[in-house]
Design a protein around this ligand. Structure first.
Ligand SMILES: *[C@@H]1O[C@H](CO)[C@@H](O)[C@H](O)[C@H]1NC(C)=O
Ligand SMILES: *[C@@H]1O[C@H](CO)[C@@H](O)[C@H](O)[C@H]1NC(C)=O
Ligand SMILES: *[C@@H]1O[C@H](CO)[C@@H](O)[C@H](O)[C@H]1NC(C)=O
Ligand SMILES: *[C@@H]1O[C@H](CO)[C@@H](O)[C@H](O)[C@H]1NC(C)=O
Ligand SMILES: *[C@@H]1O[C@H](CO)[C@@H](O)[C@H](O)[C@H]1NC(C)=O
Ligand SMILES: *[C@@H]1O[C@H](CO)[C@@H](O)[C@H](O)[C@H]1NC(C)=O
Ligand SMILES: *[C@@H]1O[C@H](CO)[C@@H](O)[C@H](O)[C@H]1NC(C)=O
Length: 387
């Protein structure tokens, strides 16, 4: 059969035998009213499609027409000649295992799920790059992908012979490097501090990292001290924010401990009243996925000389872990750190794309800037429409 005919043949088959279990191609064709753009794309990518559709026991996250419809022209060219990137993007939309809606809605704890994306050029986490599924009170399920971008599952459980399909209202974002993610999330002080320490390239190249990144406000609160630190002290403080060789998603931290790269322990608290803490710092956003691990944003700079610091889970902000520290009226390390403009911001279509693809949900753990969505989607949508 010519690749060209596969989808339409499948549609015929689906119509003529509605009670028979469908193949993935048949199931996607049967939902063509919502998925015609994706189907049109997959028709042109038979080899890729065959590779993942023949994998048993999968969940396909299929972006709807609405998710793919308002595309600026410039995205089309972005990754036009990079089949490896395209493969990575598609395999990130396939979960390794059949996750029915009933499993995704069983608990309000975030569920960290493996995908088929395991190419080391795009992901250095063993067992495949993850997405994080989170059930909201509204009964919606959000899927968090690279940089904390959130995508909502729109309709659920289109079962086929090898698993199930959920239709999603935006593209997932491929997790990017630590530096690019911090920059896209406007964590300019962390970016500047990492640059100043010279640790950036090493961190980006390392496999399996967990990074606790203080917010700009956290750096600002200890501004008086950082200026006085020696290079060694400064590097020691920064290295205390990194665990190497373990990707610790929030659900794995519990009330445990981990040893940071410079040798001192970090202590985690999953507080009774809610909230996750590292030493005395609150995790203000957890499970932000990066190419080689996971990032958690925290509200204080951690101090390896004060590893006994404990939080007050009832307080909205935590005391700095450096005694005698004070703000000096600016955010340290941010000189020369420039956040790239959202790639699509110059066009009105970009705004449409933002609303469609990046459901911005308020509340903790949820992406609150659209820049990241746009930055990474930019590449993804280009891949999809490069046909
Ligand atoms: C899906 O819809 C598109 C556009 O309406 C159409 O061109 C295509 O043939 C349809 N595909 C199938 C499998 O029905
Ligand atoms: C999917 O998971 C199985 C084990 O559950 C593993 O053997 C397989 O390698 C995984 N596939 C990928 C692409 O990671
Ligand atoms: C990635 O997954 C493919 C398909 O399951 C498998 O053949 C390959 O060995 C995996 N590669 C790594 C590095 O795990
Ligand atoms: C994964 O690790 C290898 C070797 O350590 C490195 O060359 C590659 O750039 C890394 N990939 C990512 C996505 O971080
Ligand atoms: C798909 O299978 C799951 C698990 O058996 C079931 O809960 C769901 O209702 C099925 N979906 C449809 C549309 O039948
Ligand atoms: C990024 O941070 C800077 C400095 O903290 C602030 O002035 C700016 O408004 C922030 N931009 C966004 C998009 O949040
Ligand atoms: C962690 O320890 C605190 C204080 O001892 C306790 O209140 C809380 O329930 C524990 N959390 C978990 C997840 O066990």
């Amino acid at each position: 059969m010519r690749p060209h005919n596969l989808i339409s043949f499948a549609a015929t088959a689906a119509l003529s035998s509605p009670v028979t279990a469908m193949t993935l191609a048949e199931m996607l064709a049967a939902q063509n009213a919502t998925l015609s753009i994706l189907n049109g794309f997959l028709e042109q990518q038979q080899a890729l499609f065959n590779a993942f559709s023949s994998t048993p026991d999968i969940t396909v996250l299929a972006p709807s027409n609405a998710a793919l419809s308002s595309l600026p022209d410039e995205v089309v060219d972005r990754v036009s000649s990079d089949p490896a990137y395209l493969t990575a993007l598609l395999s990130y939309h396939v979960l390794n295992g059949t996750y029915y809606a009933s499993q995704l809605t069983a608990s309000t704890e975030p569920l960290v799920i493996r995908t088929l994306l395991n190419s080391s050029a795009y992901a250095n986490v063993s067992g495949g790059q993850r997405v994080v599924a989170q059930l909201l009170e509204s009964d919606e399920v959000i899927l968090y992908s690279g940089g904390g971008a959130g995508t909502t599952i729109q309709t659920r459980d289109y079962n086929f012979t090898g698993g199930t399909v959920h239709i999603i209202d935006g593209m997932l974002s491929l997790p990017a490097s630590l530096s690019d993610t911090l920059l896209a999330r406007n964590m300019t002080a962390a970016v500047g501090a990492i640059r100043e320490s010279g640790m950036g390239d090493g961190l980006d190249a390392a496999g399996e990292v967990t990074v606790f990144a203080p917010t700009n406000a956290a750096f600002e609160a200890v501004g008086s001290l950082v200026a006085d630190m020696t290079d060694d002290q400064f590097t020691n403080v920064l290295a205390y924010h990194v665990v190497q060789g373990a990707v610790m998603y929030s659900g794995m931290m519990g009330n445990g401990t981990a040893v940071a790269t410079q040798g001192t322990s970090l202590t985690f608290l999953a507080a009774e009243e809610g909230g996750m803490f590292v030493n005395g710092a609150r995790v203000v956003e957890a499970d932000v996925l990066i190419a080689n691990g996971v990032l958690h944003f925290i509200d204080a700079v951690l101090n390896p000389e004060n590893s006994e610091a404990t939080p007050d889970p009832t307080a909205s902000t935590q005391a700095p872990e450096f005694s005698g520290a004070s703000a000096t009226g600016g955010v340290p390390f941010t000189t020369g750190v420039v956040v790239p403009p959202p790639p699509l911001s110059s066009t009105s279509r970009a705004v449409t794309a933002t609303i469609t693809v990046g459901p911005v949900v308020t509340g903790s753990g949820v992406m609150d800037t659209v820049d990241m969505v746009l930055l990474i989607l930019f590449g993804f949508l280009g891949a999809i429409f490069n046909i």
